[in-house]
Design a protein around this ligand. Structure first.
Ligand SMILES: [Zn+2]
Length: 267
């Protein structure tokens, strides 16, 4: 941990989707849920880190053109200022200071920073090899969740974490630790953030899309492996117990508003 690390949470807009896609076994025809799209910045004296990055900026202009089939049943609610670059600009963070973009996974509501990678000339993009390979060739079931235009292109300096590199400590000081939490997609990771105050935040990302999911009260409506999904939640519970972490669920419409948003921060 360093003296200068901060965690900023950004509102990247929201997605209105069929309730049954969010919570397993719930939702009648036409019943929807509006879930937040969070993204995060961690400052560090060896370089700043974006975690995920919300939606690509094009989504605020024409989501159907950028996302395609997904928009037949789900609606992106996003204004241009909710994209990564304007968010950083508002808090005075220069894009050239971004050293890493850490991806929990590569679903289209998480690839907004990679989508504008040419604005981050000093950034490498960290993702698991398993997720990287899946995102380039997902099953038809999962294909709607990916927007290849965001990440299948030249000019991305990928760093691929092997499955054997679990608990990868990005700076070697506990500020950012990446945990494999598959189930939502193969190769999904959750991110544990240790701040200088001693407070720890556990960004579950989509390994627990809500606190109800984290507590084991419901299953998510969308997953690739139910077995891995359940095991990953148990793993997150162990990690959070050990570091007494504040758990931040991936897309929880009730919990997300309770956090401070940039320009406020946690340190
Ligand atoms: Zn996802």
């Amino acid at each position: 941990m360093t003296g200068s690390s901060r965690l900023y949470m950004f509102d990247g807009g929201a997605i209105r989707l069929p309730l049954r896609n969010s919570v397993f076994g719930r939702g009648n025809d036409g019943e929807t849920i509006t879930t937040p799209v969070p993204w995060f910045l961690v400052t560090h004296d060896r370089g700043n880190v974006i975690i995920d990055g919300g939606n690509a900026p094009e989504v605020a202009i024409d989501a159907k053109a950028h996302w395609g089939a997904l928009t037949e049943h789900s609606t992106a609610l996003m204004t241009p200022d909710q994209a990564a670059l304007p968010g950083l600009e508002r808090i005075g963070v220069d894009p050239t200071s971004i050293r890493w973009i850490v991806q929990s996974h590569l679903h289209l509501d998480h690839t907004g920073a990679v989508a504008v990678i040419h604005h981050f000339p000093n950034a490498q993009v960290l993702v698991s090899r398993t997720q990287f390979e899946w995102a380039h060739d997902p099953t038809a079931f999962d294909a709607q969740g990916f927007c290849k235009a965001d990440y299948v292109k030249p000019g991305i300096d990928w760093v691929l974490l092997e499955d054997t590199e679990d608990g990868w400590d990005l700076f070697g000081d506990g500020t950012i630790v990446c945990w494999h939490t598959p189930g939502h997609t193969p190769g999904h990771m959750s991110i544990e953030i240790g701040l200088s105050s001693g407070t720890t935040y556990l960004l579950t990302a989509d390994a627990a899309n809500s606190m109800a999911h984290y507590r084991g009260e419901v299953l998510p409506g969308f997953l690739i492996s139910a077995t891995d999904t359940v095991r990953s939640v148990k793993k997150l519970q162990r990690i959070a117990w050990r570091s007494q972490a504040v758990v931040v669920a991936g897309h929880d419409p009730e919990q997300w508003p309770t956090f401070k948003k940039a320009p406020e921060y946690y340190d």
